[in-house]
Ligand binder design. Structure first.
Ligand SMILES: CC(C)(COP(=O)(O)OP(=O)(O)OC[C@H]1O[C@@H](n2cnc3c(N)ncnc32)[C@H](O)[C@@H]1OP(=O)(O)O)[C@@H](O)C(=O)NCCC(=O)NCCS
Length: 178
């Protein structure tokens, strides 16, 4: 464990660095129903029952966790939605500390369960969550059937992406992580 690293509540002043760190480490291609953006961070900050923390090395944000009591239809379940540690700071127990403080806060707020989702190939995250009290509860496989008529078209033409407004609406209703 790296005792020089302070874990503090995330504030507005950390937003830029959190966003940049997420851009650096999250591979949203593997979970196409999710995406990482300013909205996903800002909406957490805008939520009163959030549990959002950053790990600081002096003034530098080297890790963060974004959690809240907003797990779709279950009011008594918390949701640990995003966690990341800067590549050069991984392997020092920082994520473990972030998970512990995030979960402790959500349990204090009345969470009966805390949910997180991990892509099947993300061994570091799966191992880390298992070490910190999470167990595999359900596996969902995203099945995809391509339109055969679109096989010859360039990928960007086939998947132009959602408009900002649509993304925002989906994010609010829980169908898309912004
Ligand atoms: C997953 C991640 C947050 C772990 O951060 P970290 O600070 O390196 O994790 P910790 O040092 O706290 O490790 C905690 C445990 O996780 C496991 N772990 C961490 N990195 C691992 C790796 N590369 N391979 C296997 N297990 C790993 C270990 O069991 C470790 O416990 P131990 O040291 O007692 O054995 C980090 O790898 C990361 O930011 N990944 C990219 C973003 C991401 O995938 N986030 C999760 C999806 S939202």
């Amino acid at each position: 464990m790296d005792s020089d690293i302070a874990i503090v509540p995330m504030g507005l002043g950390h937003l830029r660095e959190v966003l940049d760190l997420g851009d650096e480490v999250f591979d949203t291609e593997v979970k196409p129903y999710t995406s990482w953006s300013l909205t996903s961070v800002a909406e957490h900050l805008d939520t009163s029952d959030r549990s959002c923390w950053v790990a600081l090395d002096s003034d530098r944000v080297v890790g963060f966790v974004l959690g809240s009591m907003e797990f779709e239809l279950r009011e008594d379940w918390g949701y640990l939605e995003w966690i990341a540690v800067a590549p050069d700071m991984q392997g020092h127990g920082i994520a473990g500390r972030l998970v512990e403080i995030c979960c402790a806060t959500l349990f204090e707020r009345g969470a009966r369960r805390i949910v997180t989702d991990v892509e099947v190939g993300n061994t570091p995250s799966a191992t880390m969550m298992t070490r910190h009290g999470f167990s595999d509860a359900a596996t969902v496989t995203l099945f995809v059937r391509p339109n055969p008529d679109e096989a010859e078209r360039p990928a960007e033409e086939v998947a132009p992406g959602l408009s900002v407004a649509t993304k925002r609406t989906f994010a609010r209703t829980g169908r898309l992580r912004p």
